[in-house]
Write a protein that binds this ligand. Structure first.
Ligand SMILES: Cc1cc2nc3c(=O)[nH]c(=O)nc-3n(C[C@H](O)[C@H](O)[C@H](O)COP(=O)(O)O)c2cc1C
Length: 185
């Protein structure tokens, strides 16, 4: 049976390199691995516990994200770094997921990409920390920091750096294998 991976980009930019990376992952994934890129980050309401179970049901957009996560065998994030942290829209989405449990033991890949030499390493560490608190299954093999990303992709979002393509293939295969083995590698 095919393995499904939900890709979540931390960037809303139409020409985002992080979103392009996830689309490139979908294109290079093995035939039995389907990567779908989630597109509703900007449709989620601002999180407040009052909107989540304290007398009211969360918005349909929130329920839809939770359903997509529940249905996915694995999740793959790719995020930019804004002022040494993860973008607010991404943190807002994660706040909606803290108590709902979709990440429990879910094989999860974490990529950060930046035009700078640091590759967004501080956002990467922050995202790993938040997802780990939510008990996502994140191992060394599921982490990738991509420095100077704009030299590694063309204007159409295709990967031009063979080493980057190899790293992405390795990451996808790791997540797929882990999912197929019920979380064990
Ligand atoms: C408000 C703002 C803050 C930023 N802060 C950082 C930063 O702390 N570290 C970094 O590596 N890049 C930073 N950048 C540059 C982003 O890495 C760059 O815009 C990148 O292309 C965003 O990712 P995207 O192409 O997926 O949208 C910042 C950009 C903006 C607009």
């Amino acid at each position: 049976m095919a393995i499904s991976i939900l890709g979540i980009s931390g960037s809303l930019r139409s020409s985002s390199s992080n979103t392009a990376l996830l689309r490139a992952c979908a294109a290079i994934a093995p035939a039995d691995v389907k990567i779908t890129v989630y597109e509703g980050l900007d449709k989620l309401p601002y999180f407040s516990p009052e909107l989540d179970g304290e007398g009211s049901s969360p918005a349909d957009t929130v329920l839809s994200l939770r359903n997509k996560l529940r249905a996915a065998d694995a999740v793959l994030f790719s995020t930019p770094e804004y002022a040494f942290g993860i973008p607010g829209v991404l943190k807002n989405a994660l706040d909606w997921l803290v108590s709902s449990g979709e990440f429990t033991h879910k094989p999860t890949g974490v990529i950060s990409a930046s035009p700078l030499a640091t590759g967004g390493d501080k956002a990467h560490a922050s995202l790993v920390q938040t997802l780990s608190v939510m008990t996502a299954d994140i191992q060394e093999e599921s982490k990738l920091i991509i420095p100077i990303v704009r030299t590694k992709m063309d204007a159409n979002g295709n990967i031009t750096d063979p080493e980057l393509e190899r790293s992405l293939r390795t990451l996808i295969t790791y997540l797929a294998t882990k999912s197929a083995n019920g979380g064990r590698h």
